[in-house]
Design a protein around this ligand. Structure first.
Ligand SMILES: Nc1ncnc2c1ncn2[C@@H]1O[C@H](COP(=O)(O)OP(=O)(O)OP(=O)(O)O)[C@@H](O)[C@H]1O
Length: 236
């Protein structure tokens, strides 16, 4: 099933085109990595996908009219209240989402996200890894079908990165779709079912990791990414 479809989407800011002829689909139960150099248009694309910003032309279709209830997005800013404890953040977002999660389910979420030991700690006092886990637990609290994570493992040490990666795998195992951005090419290769690479507001390449490596005859994604950033003739 197709969850999201971008059809010839274009967007300009103050007369400067930042998204041109963007076409792609995201399907149910797939993990998609969105890559691109700074300023390539990833955030603008995510904002349009979420409906925060409107395309100037083209169309974006979504699988449900109930989109806001069915999507969870963790964008770059910390999506929680730093002056509240972990558990009180979860309780507050539970009220926001009107998701009526029971105390038992809350405990399970705390366990799943490895936050049980710090449930009474203020969010501001958490380690970066714990903050990321809290951010993802809040993003997925209302059991969305589609989860968007903007650089979820940025700044984490290898064990923190592994935990975030396992969370993404866990979401996939529960039938969710995940769109995530990352600058870590090994992580992308290990997690993504499909990869989108953007450059200058366009989708430069799109495909399964192994297919792309074969198609462009490169050993890894670092090489493919650098290659594309130098030569931009590989538009799909
Ligand atoms: N509100 C805005 N007004 C003017 N220009 C904008 C606005 N938002 C984005 N841009 C421009 O659009 C282009 C794409 O920006 P965008 O933030 O989507 O890129 P990105 O790939 O997410 O970059 P990064 O990796 O740095 O977050 C950039 O040139 C940016 O300066």
């Amino acid at each position: 099933m197709e969850l999201i479809k971008f059809i010839n989407v274009e967007k300009s800011f103050k007369g400067r085109k930042v998204i041109s002829g963007l076409n792609f689909s995201i399907h149910a139960n797939e993990v998609v990595a969105l890559l691109g150099a700074n300023g390539s248009g990833k955030t603008t694309t995510i904002r349009m996908l979420l409906g925060i910003s409107k395309p100037d032309s083209g169309r974006i279709t979504r699988w449900t009219k109930d989109f806001n209830q069915k999507v969870g997005a963790q964008l770059q800013t910390t999506p929680f209240f730093e002056g509240l404890s972990v558990i009180n953040n979860l309780k507050l977002f539970n009220t926001f989402y009107q998701s009526k999660i029971t105390t038992e389910k809350m405990e399970r979420i705390l366990r799943d996200y490895n936050l049980l030991d710090v449930k009474n700690t203020l969010a501001s006092k958490l380690s970066l890894g714990q903050q990321k886990r809290l951010a993802i637990s809040i993003t997925t609290l209302h059991d969305p079908d589609f989860v968007i994570l903007d650089e979820p493992s940025a700044g984490l040490d290898p064990s923190g990165q592994r935990e975030v990666q396992n969370m993404i795998r866990h979401l996939k195992s529960k039938g969710k779709s995940v769109l995530f951005s990352s600058h870590d090419m090994l992580e992308v290769r290990n997690l993504a079912d499909r990869i989108f690479i953007m450059g200058k507001g366009r989708l430069l390449v799109e495909g399964k990791p192994e297919t792309l490596l074969n198609k462009y005859n490169v050993g890894d994604f670092e090489e493919l990414f650098n290659h594309l950033m130098k030569k931009e003739e590989y538009y799909v």
